[in-house]
Design a protein around this ligand. Structure first.
Ligand code: FES
Length: 124
């Protein structure tokens, strides 16, 4: 495929498709020089997994009201859940202690507690 054809396909060819084709060529004994940054077969970083669980739980429990405190609440929840040993389910007191640095003038504390507990279950 020439350069012009390659440029025309740009955006329709996913990185995974390119990687799969490169792996196929390697299996045929061809040498492939990888220029990507980092290892393409890495596990999803833990902060991404925890952040996704927190996000899903926040939506499920409809936590936010005015939203003013929410970025801090979500950052604290994510840091707390990242710090938990894998599989440990926090108590309500654990969650309250971890989230104590955040004030919510709308009083969403019960929903925050439920969302953090739910995210912990999802991550177990
Ligand atoms: S959602 Fe309004 S201050 Fe927390």
């Amino acid at each position: 495929m020439n350069f012009a054809e390659r440029m025309a396909r740009l955006g329709t060819e996913s990185a995974f498709e390119v990687l799969a084709r490169a792996k196929g060529l390697e299996r045929q004994g061809k040498e492939i020089i990888h220029l990507e940054i980092g290892e393409p077969d890495f596990d999803t970083p833990v902060h991404i997994l925890v952040g996704a669980a927190v996000h899903a739980a926040w939506v499920k429990h409809d936590v936010a009201q005015c939203g003013y405190c929410q970025s801090g609440q979500i950052m604290s929840a994510t840091a707390f859940l990242k710090s938990l040993p894998r599989g440990k389910q926090p108590t309500a007191a654990d969650i309250d202690a971890a989230m104590a640095g955040n004030i919510c003038r709308c009083g969403t504390y019960a929903r925050i507690r439920a969302a953090v507990a739910d995210a912990a279950k999802a991550l177990a």
